[in-house]
Design a binder for this molecule. Sequence first.
Ligand SMILES: *[C@@H]1O[C@H](CO)[C@@H](O)[C@H](O)[C@H]1NC(C)=O
Ligand SMILES: *[C@@H]1O[C@H](CO)[C@@H](O)[C@H](O)[C@H]1NC(C)=O
Ligand SMILES: *[C@@H]1O[C@H](CO)[C@@H](O)[C@H](O)[C@H]1NC(C)=O
Length: 396
Amino acid sequence: MVRLKSRKTKIIIIGLLLSIYVLICWTQFSSIIKFLPGNLTNRKTKKAIFIVGPGRTGTSLLGDLFNSQDDVIYLFEPLRAIHQYYGRDFFFDVDSSANNQEKFYAQEAKEFLKDIVTCNYQKKHDHYLKYLESPKMNHRRSKVLTMAPFCDAKTHKCRKIDSQLMNQLCVKNEYKIVVKELSFRMPFGRMSSLEDLSLPEHYQILLIHSMRDPRAFLFSKYQLHWFHEQQPNPMKRVKPFVDLSCSLIRKNMNHFLKTTHHEELHDHSTIKYKVLRYEDLQTNLTSLGNSLEKFLGFPSDIPKYFESKTRSRTRPKIRTTKKIFSKRFSTSPRDISTVSDKWRLMMNHDLVQTIQGSCNGVMKILGYKSVHSIQSQRNKSLLLFNGKPQISALIK
Ligand SMILES: *[C@@H]1O[C@H](CO)[C@@H](O)[C@H](O)[C@H]1NC(C)=O
Ligand SMILES: *[C@@H]1O[C@H](CO)[C@@H](O)[C@H](O)[C@H]1NC(C)=O
Ligand SMILES: *[C@@H]1O[C@H](CO)[C@@H](O)[C@H](O)[C@H]1NC(C)=O
């Protein structure tokens, strides 16, 4: 009887031990499952978002969207710091072999961008960081750079921004890095130079190529006198500028469209590329938001953000380029459709045809329709951005 009892307890104890063993094995096993490749890489991939495009295509507007979020370190045109520091503009002729100054700029730009993406600032770049707090930048500043440890909430006094402070900020929180830059400031005007930053393997760049109808953004630049040559005959200075602008866009798009074509094969390529058309901000924000969210892999508040900006009568908290350019040059969503269509009423048809001639390829790829008479140019019932885009890499 006693023996039987002890045998029973033995069995019970063994059973208990066994189930504990199985339980331990299972928890081990499931934690192993969690760390299977794929999951492991997903977890550890560090993403940085780049918004790059020609000026007047809505890059600032997109930047503001990200800057309105709390967990973002947003940098507005950081490469401008290099131009400012050396007191000159570096402009590139993409087809000429690079001279020494251009090579120097490219090297500096890539090193600085690497600091920014990895959030690991080198002391030797402090002179560029200084630019972020210059009075010129105040209203465009990253929101996080106006809070602790940079600025005192009560006195509103701000400290000098340097590599040490930036690195402290990065270590403290899981920030998303968002950079807005104009394409002409990328080394040699090429967005593909983002592939040459020598980033550690687990870094990935999500590149949003900001685009807009070339007739609209080139006209906007034209009005702002952003065409550089001082030619007495406006048409003479327009043509080379327009040619260069659109050939650069084409080169940049071609490079990434080739890459994204093979995206399925190389899922872990350093750069993921999509195009966002400014005109699509006036159509379906829900659908645009979903598409952006899918690309970024985290919620974007795009519909809420733009709807509040469009509807509210008060100015948005974060000032945009609005303050700098007068209201008629604003690209804020409240007047997106007015702004989009302005060229149709104001631009002379010869200029329109010049642009359509040089930018034909880009326009076709992106689904912008040409107009062949002054009547159809002025007729606003004819929508011109609803052609059939020839790429799938659109955020829409
Ligand atoms: C990956 O991790 C998530 C939680 O982070 C988990 O829900 C999912 O089941 C994991 N995937 C695999 C294949 O184990
Ligand atoms: C906008 O897109 C969403 C999601 O794709 C869709 O459900 C909705 O019907 C669209 N709205 C309009 C007005 O087209
Ligand atoms: C403008 O375009 C619409 C749509 O194609 C057309 O019905 C209309 O007649 C045009 N108006 C003029 C003045 O040409």
